[in-house]
Design a protein around this ligand. Structure first.
Ligand SMILES: Nc1nc2c(c(=O)[nH]1)N[C@H]1C(S)=C(S)[C@@H](COP(=O)(O)O)O[C@H]1N2
Ligand SMILES: [Mo]
Length: 319
């Protein structure tokens, strides 16, 4: 299918066309599986590389709710309330401190237990077909957002590097930049750089994406530009930002959070309303922009899609 070239028609027209196209496909986002089936069609029409990051009129998503009918948060909310400790622990100040942070050129080294290690430039990453995924994001602190991400399923990248039979886990590392990001020196007690991990089957799951944008625009630095992980059924802390290194490994990786507070954070960090954080309940959450609290859903509402990954595991201790 041909891409609609932004040079050929006006921007507004591009978005209307895309929206109408999606409508005609009657994408109601009924289920993740349905979304996945439609994604290749939608992806062809979306060319984030053609959208200048400074163009505010480019903010666009195919629908304004997730598959449960929950409204997406505004672009303003998503880009101005962030957790990114490399800049600051103050969620409302990340955006201003990260403004202008250079994210190009950028390289992501993918290696470890793979047959075909590869270093990806931004241009290499742009070759993956970009899809829209509207996901709920639930922070371990008890707040949440609904975000229209742009990105591609991580299994596409993993297939290219060909994990060997010894590979059991994936370890992700964020950029280490003590001179460029004030949080490194301000909070020296954290075990920098920020690292996270997934089991290989979690990383291969269709819902696990590497995101390069949101609302049809390239990611801004505060959201983890130029590339970050999004694992929607786990607490937000697993969705590591501004990735420079991905290694396939044999042993369960540790993380900045496990190192900082091993009694509070574990490897799995699956959203689970029945397992409280040692210092607060996880039964409810406050969605940004709303008053009052909503019930937190098992696996953040993706139970049907992911529960089979954890069969036989004791979910009460699986934090
Ligand atoms: N490198 C890095 N990645 C990170 C974090 C961080 O501090 N540093 N915070 C995590 C947490 S706790 C959350 S809730 C999400 C927030 O993502 P957002 O700011 O894009 O909403 O990013 C996660 N990824
Ligand atoms: Mo978080």
């Amino acid at each position: 299918m041909n891409k609609i070239k932004s040079s050929a028609i006006t921007r507004e027209h591009t978005y209307l066309s895309r929206r109408e196209f999606l409508k005609s496909m009657s994408i109601t986002a009924a289920s993740a599986a349905f979304l996945a089936a439609c994604n290749s069609a939608a992806a062809d029409l979306i060319d984030p590389a053609a959208i200048p990051a400074t163009d505010a009129t480019a903010v666009s998503a195919s629908t304004n709710t997730d598959e449960l009918g929950i409204a997406t948060n505004s672009y303003e909310d998503i880009t101005n309330y962030n957790n990114f400790y490399e800049f600051t622990t103050d969620k409302e100040r990340v955006a201003s401190l990260a403004k202008g942070y250079p994210t190009s050129p950028w390289e992501v080294q993918v290696g470890g237990l793979v047959s075909n290690p590869k270093t990806y430039s931004i241009d290499d990453l742009r070759k993956f077909e970009i899809e829209e995924r509207i996901y709920r994001m639930r922070c371990v602190e008890g707040w949440s957002m609904v975000i229209p991400w742009m990105g591609f399923p991580m299994h596409k990248l993993l297939r290219e590097v060909e994990p060997t039979s010894k590979a059991k886990y994936v370890r992700f590392v964020t950029i280490f930049d003590p001179d460029g990001m004030p949080g490194f020196k301000k909070y020296p007690w954290y075990q920098w750089p920020y690292t996270e991990g997934l089991r290989l089957d979690e990383a291969m799951h269709e819902l696990t994406i590497l995101s390069t944008g949101l609302y049809g625009k390239d990611l801004l630095p505060q959201n983890g530009a130029p590339i970050r992980l999004v694992v929607p059924w786990k607490y937000g802390l697993k969705s590591i930002k501004s990735i420079v290194k991905i290694d396939l490994v044999a042993e369960m990786p540790t993380s900045l959070w496990i190192a900082a507070a091993p009694k509070e954070y574990g490897f799995y960090a699956n959203v689970n309303p029945t397992v409280d954080h040692p210092r607060w309940s996880q039964a409810t959450e406050r969605r940004l922009g709303e008053f009052g609290r909503q019930e937190t859903l098992m696996f953040n509402g993706y139970e049907k899609e992911v529960a089979n990954l954890y069969m036989g595991m004791d979910l009460a201790t699986n934090f």
